[in-house]
Design a protein. Structure first.
Length: 204
């Protein structure tokens, strides 16, 4: 029966405009979805990590004093550890969240099993409720971030390193991820600041 059913097609959503980004973030801020879903969405936008990487994030991956998130290799698509700089807004949010879920393994515990992480499907469900499911999917955050960061003048190599896109050349990949970390930290702080601006403009 499964073979007789048509396969699910991956839908690649286009990058959101600055106005759409602001409207989306504003909608989430004003919607009474669970704090976990709201915080998960925010962290995804602040870091441009994949939806499952964010939804399944564990507290022991974070060093909030150094503003760094180390996603272990086993949770990465390319099976390589990914070091993510955290903007000030993310650190502030995570410090507040730690007071709520810091006694659990995961930042966002599952609704039915508090010892397991929430499902990334919760993000898609919230988007459906907000009326965004036809225009935006969680994975489109990365496409949008890449497009807008290129417009902001950042080097493609730094953007690719932030997105943890696999480079076929091992030496080049190691070099890029090490060399561009400081640039990525500055880039993601400006990105988070821009997100705040676009959200404020949507609420004006």
């Amino acid at each position: 029966m499964r073979k007789a059913l048509p396969a699910n097609k991956t839908q690649h959503k286009p990058a959101l405009s600055k106005e759409q980004i602001g409207k989306l973030l504003s909608d989430f801020a004003n919607h009474r979805c669970s704090f976990q879903v709201s915080h998960c969405m925010q962290l995804m936008w602040w870091t441009l990590a994949r939806p499952t990487e964010v939804a399944e994030a564990a507290w022991d991956e974070f060093d909030l004093e150094k503003a760094v998130w180390r996603i272990p290799a086993q949770r990465m698509k390319a099976r390589k550890e990914h070091v993510v700089p955290l903007p000030r807004q993310a650190v502030d949010m995570l410090k507040g969240l730690h007071a709520i879920t810091g006694n659990r393994k995961h930042l966002f515990p599952g609704r039915d099993d508090r010892n397991a992480p929430m499902s990334a499907a919760s993000l898609r469900q919230a988007l459906k409720v907000l009326g965004w499911s036809g225009a935006y999917s969680p994975h489109a955050t990365r496409t949008t971030g890449s497009t807008r960061l290129n417009e902001m003048g950042y080097r493609p190599d730094a953007i690719e390193a932030q997105l943890a896109h696999a480079d076929q050349n091992n030496v080049r990949r190691t070099y890029n991820h090490a060399t561009y970390f400081d640039e990525r930290r500055a880039m993601m702080q400006e990105w988070a600041d821009r997100l705040d601006e676009w959200k404020e403009q949507a609420q004006a």
